[in-house]
Write a protein that binds this ligand. Structure first.
Ligand SMILES: *Cc1c(COP(=O)(O)O)cnc(C)c1O
Length: 490
């Protein structure tokens, strides 16, 4: 907003010559005509002055005979979105802002307000293009090739795991993991409830049955006590799950030691959904490497991206080799097209793997940038005591893929969805937390085990918000989010 409003004010007795000098000085093309009480009366543009001259005005005449008109004006409470809509509808670039007494307090400038802050945008490094160009130069455009092989090796070495299979998506990786464990009709699979639907959908692809597990309040990830309860129930039913899908939320690992010790007791493997936690650590070791298999996602909004893609990782080499086989239509090694198993078209293309190789090289920078975003929010809003930031236990090194908070509920009357809506009016893209799976209409018929008497996931979801968290966010954007959030929560 232009605040030095004094420079733009004229009165009925102001001479046209003076007004032209102001227009020349400010370069904004807009003057604010005030009545004798100092209240805003109308705008005067350079076009208005041109028309005055054409109708016979002289340069030393005053504005006294200028007709009264209703000019467009907004209040201090008008949202950025509404102001922009008015500008668009009227094809103008400036709008005066007046206070409740009608006194002008500023001028909105389109260039300043027409700027959306997005949740999480792709952030390319310097050398992705070189790998992609190389793929073109060598005509390796297929869903196999040197970039695919190298991307798998480079990622495996980065997270320190035996092998990795580059796939078309993180969802495909979860699906293959279930398939590799021979999970099918009638089987149970435990899954974190507070997650994106892609964690659970592959259970249904395999005609198996999900059982949803609550979060704990310390990490917002799978609760060991809810998991224990689910196992006790499963034992009573004589139906142990065939796998547990543990999700690492918003860039933070779950408490893997507690979860592993329970799963090991029942000899049930963990599939770690690390779609959101590439680059994070649990007790110093890479997130995604604790289960029998782990998956990563390179979707457009993740911490690094290939526009779309995923990776299945494991210390069990045979599993990954089998995954590559299933992901390329399960074609038997025969000269003719022979298939003895159901296959999928799930491999990553050599072009996208090139993007991934470039992105891997900047992963650590991206992690540090996202962590800095989270800490800037935390610091900038430290005086707002109703905010509970996503906790980071001391065993966790979170990437803070998305900066998330919930409200300390007892003191608040606003929901996460309402906060998101208010930020949207200021052209800030925030999101509620993932709606828990056990609350999804599609999954309403399945079992759910909560952390204690009340569900932690429900509570976090009600008041939770993910803030814009891109690794390429400017400090101006960060400050804008902080300012607007303070207005909403104060
Ligand atoms: C993004 C995401 C997925 C799915 O990954 P895609 O590559 O988009 O298929 C799975 N689980 C979680 C938790 C995710 O955030």
């Amino acid at each position: 907003m232009i605040n030095n409003i004094q420079e733009f004010l004229i009165y009925r007795e102001t001479k046209v010559r003076e007004a032209l000098a102001i227009l020349d000085r400010t370069g904004v093309g807009l003057l604010l005509l005030l009545d004798k009480d100092g209240a805003f009366e109308r705008t005067v543009t350079d076009g208005d002055i041109r028309r005055l001259f054409l109708s016979g005005f002289q340069i030393d005449d005053s504005f006294a005979p200028l007709p009264k008109i209703q000019s467009l004006v907004v209040s201090e409470n008008t949202s950025r979105r509404d102001a922009l809509n008015i500008m668009n509808k009227n094809a103008i670039n400036h709008l005066p802002v007046v206070n409740e007494l009608g006194i002008p307090v500023g001028i909105l400038d389109r260039r300043e307000i027409d700027e959306q802050i997005l949740l999480s945008t792709p952030h390319m490094g310097e050398i992705e293009r070189e790998f992609v160009d190389e793929a073109f130069r060598t005509n390796w455009i297929a869903p196999l090739g040197p970039n695919v092989d190298a991307f798998e090796k480079e990622l495996a070495s980065l997270v320190d795991i035996e092998s990795a299979a580059a796939l078309s998506s993180g969802t495909a990786a979860i699906h293959l993991a279930l398939r590799l464990l021979n999970i099918g009709a009638g089987d149970l699979v435990f899954c974190s409830t507070l997650t994106f639907a892609a964690s659970a959908n592959p259970i249904i692809y395999q005609n198996a049955e999900p059982v949803f597990i609550d979060s704990d309040p310390y990490s917002w990830n799978m609760s060991a006590s809810a998991l224990e309860k689910a196992f006790i129930w499963a034992v009573q039913q004589n139906r142990l799950p065939k796998a547990v899908i543990v999700v690492n939320l918003y860039g933070q690992s779950a408490d893997m030691d507690s979860l592993l010790s329970i799963c090991n007791r029942y000899s049930v493997p963990i599939i770690e959904d690390a779609a959101e936690s590439l680059g994070a650590k649990y007790k110093g070791r890479a997130s995604g490497t604790f289960g029998l298999m782990g998956i990563y996602s390179f979707n457009g909004n993740k911490i690094i991206t290939t526009s779309g893609g995923g990776m299945l990782v494991s210390n069990n080499k045979e599993l990954i080799e089998k995954a590559r086989f299933l992901a390329t239509q399960a074609r038997d090694p025969a000269p003719h097209y022979q298939h003895s198993q159901l296959g999928y078209n799930y491999r990553m293309s050599n072009i996208l793997a090139g993007v991934g190789r470039g992105q891997l090289r900047v992963l650590q920078d991206r992690v540090e940038a996202r962590r800095a975003v989270f800490h800037a929010y935390k610091e900038g809003l430290s005086d707002i005591d109703i905010i509970e930031w996503m906790p980071e236990p001391d065993w966790s090194y979170s990437t803070h893929w998305l900066s998330a908070f919930a409200l300390k509920q007892s003191k608040t009357l606003i929901t996460g969805a309402e906060i998101v809506k208010k930020l949207a009016a200021e052209m800030i893209e925030a999101r509620p937390l993932w709606k828990p799976m056990h609350l999804q209409p599609f999954y309403s018929g399945y079992m759910y085990f909560s952390h204690d008497e009340s569900s932690i996931a429900d509570k976090i979801f009600d008041t939770g918000v993910c803030l814009p968290s891109g690794s390429n966010m400017s400090s101006e954007s960060l400050n804008r989010v902080i300012t607007e959030l303070r207005k909403i929560l104060k």
